[in-house]
Design a protein around this ligand. Structure first.
Ligand code: MSP
Length: 711
């Protein structure tokens, strides 16, 4: 049996996963199920990437130790994968004890096989904490080219990886194995990046503690990407024994017996398609067969992301649809797979989710299944009929369309033409997932068309023997083909296809069916079908939308106490002002707002501590009330490099129209947080006046440039 090792990225557990972050995991679950049905021995890994500055800071902001913080957040991922029915076989988290051994082992191998690959030097340049990447070797550019956020200036002694020495080897890899980077247009991006010349990269950090210690140099920790990528090995047991566990040997290979595929989002392609193969080459380890970079899920015109504040969570979607008796989980999977070409960006909307459900699942598939099963019940007492007559041309064509044509050549039977099922498998194999799913729906519409043409309900009423015989053939053919479709549907919509399988009275576990063994007349005549209960009840759009909104709102409310708690714990548990930066002036009346006279007794801080707080001139672009929150206003503020959404507790003292155009001071490097369910990414500085703490915004008398830093 061939091995297939599939991985999702290891997610940063800095926040709760949303639909955008769940996307890769759902896609991988579809592929893993498909591969198992093709007879592969599949290992499917997911997990969390728990080190680095970003998480260290998030932990400090939450008043927890990094270890406790990531352990708590990791659980949110595990719970969501459970709710989504993700059948992963391995979960790795980079704070697990044996990961240190893996990472250090990788490095030791590099030092052994290619000693010149690692050297010590001074790093001076900008580092983007949000994306955990070095963006320049000097002070310019100041902003990250991926997320647009201001990057930090760093100067320290680090260990470097001589990436430049791998340029030719990487180009040879892309040349010889075009499948290494997929889709093709991403491969071209990688090629031109590498052809443009590779610079060495710093692979250790001195300033931070939350990471894997560098062997023999405890002052340094590994660069988080070197650490995280190695997680793909740790999850299989790379740290065990001399050369990894038996499982590691079995799955980490790229030969005729097995392959490794990394599924990722396009933003992390460079790490996977350039750094990772180079790290592996240096350590003389097998490379993955391919890295597939998919596009982003957009919502409200921007990449769905916690820091933008435009996230949609899967749980309320599933619960809302489930409450109408519709399979929420499958509906979401189907929608995400089908909506746009796999690999490209796609926009999420509740509207199109419901639209897709009603037209494709309820109408096309649901109607086909329920009318066929209902007719078998009505006309044949629930028993799949024996076809009592020869096939007509229609059935011949339908079957050969599905299964292909066979020809006899002397004693040998050969496939004269592959059928649509085999095309569908090819699309799955080449990860053209939307096309594969679209083709399954084409097959569904072919069976629907067949029933509409043959009108079995009329045949049943005619009372003529020949019509009755034709009826047996038509219903048998339809039921037999629906059985085949159900097998193809399993990786895509596992819950509903199992219900369909049961409704058809099929025996055996659906997941154990083999896609290479599909054939016609696999359904036993005489099989007893179940009642034709609707699996995909049609949704009333207005009612479904209202429910989706209601549960999303309730979900936000439910999140709130936790957030409030973490704010409270921030003010109680945070070890010192140093770790949080100075208390910012009152943005929203919340537990962390300083008391009016707090400044008098505030502990002294050093200039370095003060410098940790980044403040910029921002210009308010829009201002609107936050539903259900009297004191809050939702603002969009241009801070020069980007436009941020900030929630401020000033609604009782400022009118929205008064604020638009006003230049204010924004604390820009605060951890984003939610206020009344609305994301706030930054803080507007205000004086807190009088016993009530009335906020008075800090602004400028002279003309100042938007984005200018305050110091
Ligand atoms: N920790 C790194 C990955 C290390 S892999 C060894 C990381 N984590 S992440 O949590 O920021 O992102 C994980 C994945 O989620 C990325 O592939 C990213 O593209 C994906 N997505 C996050 N938001 C997304 C959308 N809105 N749409 C699609 N995918 C998105 O990067």
């Amino acid at each position: 049996m061939k091995q297939f090792y599939l991985t999702t990225p290891l997610y940063y557990p800095n926040a709760r996963p949303h639909v955008g972050s769940a996307y890769t995991t759902i896609v991988c679950d579809v592929i893993a199920r498909y591969k198992r049905m093709c007879g592969y021995d599949v290992a499917f890994l997911t997990g969390t990437d728990e080190h680095g500055e970003k998480l260290e800071r998030a932990a400090v902001a939450a008043g927890l130790s990094p270890r406790d913080f990531v352990a708590e957040k990791r659980q949110l991922f595990i719970e969501l994968w459970k709710k989504l029915g993700i059948e992963y076989s391995h979960f790795v988290y980079t704070d697990q004890a044996d990961h240190t051994i893996s990472v250090q082992r990788m490095l030791r191998r590099a030092l052994e096989y290619e000693p010149s690959a690692i050297y010590k030097s001074r790093y001076e340049g900008r580092y983007c904490v949000s994306d955990e990447r070095y963006i320049s070797d000097g002070a310019e550019p100041a902003n990250c080219d991926i997320c647009g956020r201001p990057a930090e200036l760093i100067s320290e002694e680090n260990y470097f990886f001589r990436l430049s020495a791998f340029q030719d080897r990487l180009l040879e890899l892309y040349e010889k194995h075009p499948e290494f980077v997929q889709p093709d247009f991403r491969r071209n991006e990688v090629l031109s990046f590498v052809k443009g010349g590779l610079r060495d990269i710093s692979v250790s950090r001195r300033r931070i503690k939350w990471g894997i210690p560098w062997p023999d140099d405890p002052e340094q920790v590994f660069y988080v990407w070197y650490d995280a990528l190695t997680g793909y090995l740790t999850g299989l047991g790379y740290a065990q024994g001399e050369n990894g566990s038996a499982e590691f040997q079995k799955y980490w290979r790229n030969d005729s017996e097995g392959e490794v595929v990394h599924m990722i989002g396009k933003d992390i392609l460079r790490f996977h398609a350039v750094y990772w193969p180079a790290f592996l080459m240096a350590a003389r380890m097998p490379l993955p067969r391919s890295v597939f970079a998919h596009g982003w899920i957009y919502y409200e015109q921007a990449k769905m992301s916690k820091s933008v504040g435009n996230v949609v969570y899967p749980e309320p979607i599933i619960d809302a649809l489930d409450s109408f008796g519709a399979p929420g989980n499958d509906a979401l999977r189907y929608y995400l797979l089908r909506e746009s070409p796999f690999g490209q960006d796609t926009s999420f909307s509740y509207d199109s989710l419901i639209q897709r459900f009603n037209s494709d699942l309820a109408n096309d598939l649901g109607n086909l299944a329920s009318r066929t099963v209902a007719m078998i019940n009505r006309y044949f007492g629930g028993e799949v009929p024996h076809p009592r007559r020869e096939l007509t041309d229609t059935e011949e064509m339908l079957r050969s369309g599905f299964f292909g044509e066979l020809k006899r050549d002397g004693d040998i039977t050969i496939a004269a033409r592959p059928g649509l099922i085999s095309d569908c498998r090819s699309f799955f194999d080449t990860l053209m997932l939307d096309t594969a799913v679209g083709l399954v729906w084409h097959l569904i519409s072919e069976i629907n068309k067949y029933l509409n043409e043959k009108e079995p309900w009329k045949l049943a009423e005619s009372g003529r023997e020949e019509d009755r015989a034709l009826l047996t053939l038509v219903l048998y053919t339809a039921a037999d083909l629906i059985r085949t479709i159900t097998i193809l549907l399993y990786p895509i919509i596992p819950v509903s296809s199992k219900r369909l399988w049961k409704q058809l009275g099929c025996s055996g576990d659906l997941a154990d069916q083999r896609l290479l063994d599909l054939r016609w007349e696999a359904l036993e005549p005489g099989t007893q079908v179940d009642k034709a209960e609707p699996i995909f009840p049609r949704l009333d759009k207005a009612a479904a939308l209202a429910k989706l909104e209601e549960l999303a709102e309730r979900d936000r409310e439910h999140d709130k106490p936790k957030e409030k708690k973490s704010m409270e714990s921030e003010s109680v548990k945070s070890p010192s002002a140093e770790s949080r930066g100075p208390s910012p002036a009152a943005p929203a009346p919340s537990p962390q707002s300083p008391a009016p006279d707090a400044a008098a007794g505030a502990p002294k801080i050093s200039i370095e501590d003060f410098a940790k707080v980044e403040m910029r001139v921002g210009q308010i672009q829009t201002a609107e009330p936050v539903a259900g929150a009297q004191k809050l206003l939702k603002l969009t503020v241009d801070i020069g490099s980007e436009v941020r959404q900030v929630v401020a507790g000033i609604a009782e003292h400022y009118k929205p129209e008064q604020l638009v155009g006003m230049k204010v001071v924004v604390v820009t490097n605060l951890q984003p947080r939610k206020l009344r369910g609305v994301e706030s990414n930054g803080m507007i500085v205000a004086a807190s006046v009088g016993p009530e703490g009335k906020p008075v915004l800090v602004t400028f008398k002279e003309e100042v440039e938007v984005g200018a830093k305050l110091k």
